[in-house]
Structure formats: structure tokens, C-alpha cells
Design a protein around this ligand. Structure first.
Ligand code: WTA
Length: 654
């Protein structure tokens, strides 16, 4: 009896549906017909979406897939991404419209930039970069806090056709150096520091240190943000306020080929070496502007949009910079942490600027949930009409809390699935169409085709799980991995070569209606607070420590961060038991090698690692240990007593 009641309860829970609000549905940008239109003629559908941009020369072919999987979209077309994000809005009479309400972390430290301001700043920065010797095709790295100059820098690069590579400010000097090196960045744009958790946190020293590890960098352009002391190399370092402020405000944007590289974004893969994901200009911008308009039902004249991501990640690229600005919206940009100076900071910002569309990550939602509804309840957030989620699966409870406490039960929640590689949103509810289910990203948006397949690449029936694939090319898809075409083909296109499907690396389930529930990575990539980390990369960092002989890293379930980094380490004999500080020392080491986001939650010193006869580490078993579960099937281990040794060791240590 109680079992039945429980099952029923679960079913009822799974059956929660949220209909689109009637007024939203009747005015929606994207309606149910869009699915049919896209299905009937996908290329015509994308050509229509491309019309939302301003092209200098129109394309002659929508898709060139002749050399698959190397795609070309809108071939023959020419455009300038920065012109599309800035100048054309000024030319359309919207120069006085606020593009960015910037909110610094210190209270009262705010700045509004109109589209005309942005045009001036971007033009000056473009002139300054040219002055510094940056030419079309040169790579420029950006390592900055969330200040307007970061966006200006990205657009200035786009304006002169110099692909940017933004490196998240939380990455260490080593991680920065390897990225600079991989894409041979000639110039780095940075700042003295930025504000995080109430104090000034330095950035420039990491650039200085990175320059001792690679000699590719010719110039470092430094924005003064915090006023903290910086070391200065007269041959290399230049202040932004010296060279940008004095540069001319006039700059004519050049039209580039639709396939001209726009940027390289590094992301973790299954090996230790991060992959430089290459996005090009035309198709990428079409994907970002279309999805930002359609998935968020954007009404550019009345909406105030806010995406809380950092510009160091793809979400910041597509949904702070390129999508929203191409669509000419007013948006909020916030520099700091959500709880500085107090826990209600985000909600106060929403109230102050009348934010209507808010886009954030499940990990943030879960941490607010823990603090209770009293804090958000203090702010008037009745302006909100749509909420978005991205970066990891959103658990149904967090979805319902988000909708209820933040959205006042009025707002649809769009759970958007996509990746650095996909460039823009692929699977998501449409706010004016979909009856949303908490926990499900629902189905591919119009223009995109996805499936869940088995090992052989066959579509699984409803109710079953498998691998998430994209079954046809799309405009904002990655074009390659920077400098490594083979790895591009291997990683994404060899798994389901026969079918020609893009392998996303995620597992997913189709429910009885055929709607998609993304389950998470099926490879050695972890997702910690929505940040992608590679197990191998952290293992390599650990093994580079002189006391470490071997290391295995797994992502264990974590209530707050989705997954947490758990490391199992075998010490070298000469290190003895490593001493009481060893765990601290190793955590510090990982921070230094990769950055704070990669710091293991837990490091366990063990005598052995579970390996198969062919020497492959069985991470599944380690995950059992890390998640305090009974250890699963050990029969394929070369030595089945290893797991006992590990468990005993850990018990002793605890
Ligand atoms: C995960 C972030 C479930 C997924 C835009 C993917 C998600 C990886 C969702 C990409 C979602 C992203 N539901 N999982 N709505 N969105 N993911 O490249 O595992 O930083 O492969 O791009 O995040 O992470 P990336």
C-alpha cells in the first residue's frame, strides 16, 4: 500500500506541467508552426534566420557540407560581427538606448553604456589594437573581470577580424600560459584586478607569470580597475587609458567572410590538453541571435535581460555578448559574487533595473534554495517574465523553486541544453509553446535536430536512454579544434560515423512523450557548478607533484555543485605517508596548476588504484567509494582485493 502511494506520488511529481502564460503564448516570437517550417526546409529556415543580421554581401549558399564534418555556412556572405552588435543599432536611431547597465561589486559603483557609447569605445579599442600591431587573423587573449571593457575588448577584436580567446579569470597562470601558447596569442588584454567577495583580486600577476612560461606575447594591454599595484614591463605593458582613451573614435568596420574565425574558446576534453573550440562569424552570430530571440521570447524594445554567467565561458560569449547585442537589447552586467555584500544582491539588482529575463545556472539556484525564500522575498521581482537555466541538469525541485520563489509562479523556465561546441542553444522548451516539465530540456528547438541513440547509433524508443546526438549540421556548430582537425573528427564525428551524427558526450533519456532528459557526461568530463573539468587534466596536475606516483580523479555527486572533484592518490615511496599536510599541499598544487575551480573537494591517499587487466583505471568503483555506496562489481579487476585495501585505508585515515 505504502509502496503504491509512493510510486503514485513520484508519478504525480513527474507529471508536473507548466503551461505557457496565455499572454506570452499569444505574442510569442516562436510558435509551434516554427517546428514545421524548419522541418519542411531546414536551409530555408536558417536563411530566414540569417536575415536578422546585416550582411555586407549576401551569401550564395546556405550550407556547404561537401567536406563533412567540416561545415561552411552562408558561403560567399560577408559581414562584421561588431557592426552587427553595435553600429547598426546606432544607425537605426537607437544610439541613446542603454546597452549595458553595469553593476560593479562595490555598492554604488555602476555605469551605464548606451549603444552610442559602445560604438565609440569599441572603435577606439579597435584603433588601439591596430596601433599595437594586431592584424586581421592575429589572436588576442582576454583575461579580465566582468567589466564593460571586457565586452569592448571582445568586440574590438571582432571588428578588426582578430579572433579572441577569452580565458576565465579564475584560471591560473599555468592554464593561461598553455592557452596563450596553443593559439599563439600576440596580445593579452587584462586588468590590474577585479572585485570578488568584497575585495580587490589581482589578475595582472598571472599574466606576468604566464609570460615567463611562453614567449608568444608581444603586448599586454591593461585596464585600471582596482588601482592596486602592478609590476610593469615598459617594453610590453601598456595602459588601456593611455592608448585606448586617446585613440580616434572613428573606425570603419571591415566586412569579413562568413567563415572568418571569430573566436577560440578552450574547454576541457577527455585528455589532459584543453581543446580550442573554433567558432566562425556568420553562422555563429545567426545561431546566437536567433536563439536569444526565440528561446527567451525577446522583445528588444521592452525587455531588460540579465545573464549571470562570466564572459570567460561560452554562455557569456553567446548570451551576454553576441546574442543580446546583435539583438539590440538592454542588459545588466554584474561584476561580482551573488552574495556580496549580502545574500540578496542579485535580487536587488533585478528589482533595481526591472529585469524581465534572467538566465543563470542550477548550481546558483540550489545554493539560494538552501538559504531559503526569505532573502529573495525581500525584493520585488514582479518584472521577471522568463527564467532560464544552463550548464547542467536542473533537478525538478530546483526548477520548481526557481519558478515559484524567483518567478512568482508566472514565469516559464527554459532549461537550455547546449555546449561550447554547439555555440548556441540546441534543446529547450519554447516559453510561448511548451508545457514545461521540471527537469526536462524537452526537445530540439526549431532548426535543430537531435536524437538519443544506442551504441549502434539507432534511435532508442521512448522510455529508454542512450547517447545524445545532433543529427544534422547547424549554423553555430564548432568548425574544428584549433590546430587539430584530426581531434575534431575523432572526438565528435567518429563515434557515429556511419550515421554522420555529432556525438555530444552526454547521456540522455527519452520519456514516454519523447521529451529529452539530459543525464550528464558519459566521458571523463566532470561538471562542477556548471564548469567543465577534465578528470585527466586534474590527474596530470596531481601527478606533476613530486610526491605523487599515481592519481585518479572522479566526479562524485554533490548536493551543491552537481558534481565535486574527488581524487585518489598514490604517493611515491620516498614521500612516506606524505605527512599531515600532504592533502592541503596537493589541493594547493591543483589550484596553482589549473585554478581554484579545479580544487578537489576530497583527496584520498590510497595504497593502490583499481585497474582492469589492461591497466585501465575503473573510475566507476572509485565513484562508488566517493559517493559512499557499496562498491559495485569488481570481477574485471586485475586484483579484486584492491578495493578492500582502498576502503580500509580510507577508514583508517578518516
Ligand atoms: C552540460 C555550457 C543538462 C552538458 C553551455 C554539456 C547541461 C555541458 C545543460 C556543456 C542542461 C549544459 N541540462 N546538462 N540544460 N546545459 N549541460 O561546454 O553535460 O561549458 O555537455 O557549455 O554542460 O558545457 P559547456
Amino acid at each position: 500500500m505504502s509502496d503504491t502511494a509512493e510510486t503514485l506520488e513520484n508519478l504525480l511529481k513527474e507529471d508536473r506541467r507548466f503551461e505557457p502564460p496565455a499572454d506570452l503564448a499569444s505574442n510569442a516570437n516562436l510558435t509551434a508552426e516554427a517546428y514545421d517550417a524548419a522541418e519542411k526546409d531546414r536551409e530555408a529556415f536558417w536563411a530566414e534566420q540569417a536575415e536578422r543580421l546585416t550582411w555586407d554581401t549576401k551569401w550564395d549558399r546556405v550550407l556547404d557540407w561537401d567536406n563533412a564534418p567540416f561545415a561552411k555556412w552562408f558561403t560567399g556572405g560577408k559581414l562584421n560581427a561588431a557592426y552587427n552588435c553595435v553600429d547598426r543599432h546606432v544607425e537605426a536611431g537607437k544610439g541613446d538606448k542603454v546597452a549595458i547597465h553595469w553593476v560593479g561589486e562595490p555598492e554604488g559603483d555602476t555605469r551605464d553604456l548606451t549603444y552610442a557609447d559602445l560604438q565609440r569605445e569599441v572603435s577606439k579599442a579597435a584603433n588601439a589594437l591596430t596601433e599595437l600591431g594586431v592584424e586581421t587573423g592575429d589572436r588576442v587573449a582576454i583575461y579580465m573581470p566582468m567589466i564593460p571593457e571586457a565586452i569592448v575588448a571582445m568586440l574590438a577584436c571582432a571588428r578588426i577580424g582578430a579572433p579572441h580567446t577569452v580565458v576565465f579569470g579564475g584560471f591560473s597562470a599555468d592554464a593561461l600560459a598553455s592557452r596563450l601558447d596553443d593559439c599563439q596569442a600576440k596580445v593579452v588584454i587584462t586588468s590590474d584586478g577585479g572585485y570578488r567577495r568584497g575585495s580587490a583580486s589581482a589578475l595582472k600577476p598571472a599574466v606576468d607569470e604566464a609570460r615567463t612560461k611562453t614567449d608568444v606575447v608581444r603586448k599586454v594591454l591593461v585596464v585600471r580597475r582596482t588601482g592596486q599595484d602592478v609590476a610593469w614591463d615598459d617594453d610590453v605593458d601598456v595602459w588601456w587609458h593611455d592608448v585606448v582613451d586617446s585613440a580616434s573614435e572613428e573606425h570603419t568596420p571591415e566586412a569579413f567572410d562568413a567563415e572568418h574565425p571569430l573566436y577560440v574558446m578552450y574547454t576541457s576534453g577527455t585528455t589532459g590538453k584543453p581543446k580550442g573550440i573554433l567558432h566562425t562569424t556568420g553562422g555563429y552570430l545567426v545561431g546566437c541571435s536567433y536563439t536569444h530571440w526565440g528561446v527567451f521570447d525577446l522583445k528588444p524594445d521592452t525587455d531588460v535581460y540579465w545573464c549571470s554567467a562570466d564572459i570567460g565561458w561560452v554562455t557569456g560569449h553567446s548570451y551576454i555578448v553576441y546574442g543580446p547585442l546583435a539583438n539590440g537589447v538592454t542588459q545588466v552586467l554584474y561584476e561580482g559574487t551573488p552574495d556580496t555584500p549580502e545574500r540578496g544582491r542579485w535580487w536587488q539588482i533585478i528589482e533595481k533595473y526591472g529585469v524581465t529575463i534572467f538566465y543563470t545556472a542550477p548550481t546558483a539556484i540550489r545554493s539560494f534554495m538552501k538559504q531559503g525564500h526569505e532573502i529573495p522575498d525581500r525584493s520585488d521581482m514582479s518584472s521577471l517574465r522568463i527564467l532560464g537555466s544552463v550548464g547542467e541538469p536542473i533537478n525538478p525541485e530546483a526548477y520548481v523553486w526557481y519558478r515559484h520563489v524567483i518567478g512568482g509562479d508566472r514565469t516559464p523556465v527554459v532549461d537550455t541544453w547546449w555546449q561550447t561546441e554547439t555555440g548556441s542553444i540546441m534543446i529547450s522548451p519554447l516559453p510561448g509553446v511548451t508545457h514545461g516539465k521540471p527537469g526536462s530540456a524537452m526537445k530540439a528547438i526549431p532548426g535543430i535536430t537531435t536524437d538519443v541513440v544506442d551504441d549502434e547509433g539507432n534511435s532508442v524508443p521512448n522510455g529508454s536512454g542512450g547517447y545524445l546526438v545532433v543529427t544534422s549540421p547547424w549554423p553555430s556548430m564548432l568548425r574544428t579544434i584549433w590546430g587539430d582537425d584530426d581531434r575534431y573528427v575523432d572526438t565528435y564525428w567518429s563515434r557515429f560515423k556511419k550515421q554522420g551524427y555529432y556525438f555530444a558526450g552526454d547521456g540522455a533519456k527519452k520519456d514516454s512523450d519523447g521529451d529529452v532528459w539530459v543525464l550528464g557526461r558519459v566521458d571523463d568530463v566532470m561538471n562542477v557548478s556548471g564548469h567543465r573539468l577534465s578528470t585527466t587534466e586534474i590527474e596530470s596536475a596531481l601527478v606533476s607533484h613530486p610526491k605523487v606516483a599515481e592519481a585518479a580523479v572522479v566526479g562524485a555527486k554533490d548536493e551543491d555543485t552537481g558534481q565535486a572533484v574527488c581524487a585518489f592518490v598514490i604517493l611515491r615511496e620516498e614521500a612516506g605517508d606524505g605527512g599531515p599536510e600532504i592533502v592541503q599541499e596537493l589541493r594547493q598544487h591543483v589550484r596553482k596548476e589549473i585554478g581554484p575551480i579545479a580544487t578537489p573537494r576530497q583527496i584520498m591517499i590510497v595504497p593502490e588504484l583499481p585497474k582492469t587487466r589492461s591497466g585501465k583505471i575503473m573510475r566507476r568503483l572509485l565513484r562508488d567509494v566517493a559517493e559512499h555506496r557499496e562498491v559495485g562489481d569488481v570481477t574485471t579487476l586485475a586484483d579484486s582485493s584492491v578495493m578492500e585495501l582502498i576502503s580500509e585505508g580510507i577508514d583508517k585515515g578518516a
